[in-house]
Design a protein around this ligand. Structure first.
Ligand code: GTP
Ligand code: MG
Length: 147
């Protein structure tokens, strides 16, 4: 079973989209194993976006992600890193297709509602930046055998 780090960004929290975004992931059959509201600190944001240090939009990115609470989550599922990014949609709103979270709900590029890890390695690093190991809950869903 694979896992990933997903985070409803401050725009999604402010717009009241936490529930609908979670529903998309539940509808797909994925399993949430941890979740909480977090006011991201600057240090935590810089660790999270370490790959973007030095890029022209880095300051804007850190400013945005620290501008209000986020809803941080760990989710499990086979191939979930790839599949969740398909559900999320492309980074640029002009490329995010209808049917994806960004395609359906986001209209301006920095405000793209949700973050999803881009590799299993990124996922583990990002999860460790937001959660203690004991915050992830191990449990089975009986419906899993039908998915
Ligand atoms: P995340 O899930 O947030 O990591 O998005 P992503 O993986 O689809 O994109 P990426 O990791 O390449 O970029 C991280 C975030 O930086 C994006 O979600 C955008 O909000 C922002 N970003 C990326 N490219 C640009 C850019 O050219 N300009 C601005 N202003 N923001 C950008
Ligand atoms: Mg990314």
């Amino acid at each position: 079973m694979d896992r990933t780090f997903l985070m409803v960004k401050p725009d999604g929290v402010q717009r009241g989209l936490i529930g609908r975004i979670i529903s998309r992931l539940e509808d797909k059959g994925f399993k949430m194993t941890a979740g909480k509201l977090v006011q991201v600190s600057r240090e935590q944001a810089e660790r999270h976006y370490a790959e973007h240090v030095g890029k022209p939009f880095f300051e804007e990115l850190v400013g945005f992600i620290t501008s209000g609470p986020v809803f941080a989550m760990v989710w499990e599922g086979d191939n979930i890193v790839t599949l969740s990014r398909l559900l999320i949609g492309k980074t640029q709103v002009t490329e995010a297709l209808p049917g994806t979270i960004r395609g359906d709900f986001a209209a301006h590029t920095p405000f793209n509602l949700i973050h999803g890890s881009d590799s299993p390695e990124s996922a583990e690093r990002e999860i460790a930046n937001f959660f203690m190991p004991e915050e992830s809950i191990r449990y089975e869903k009986s419906v899993a055998t039908w998915m």
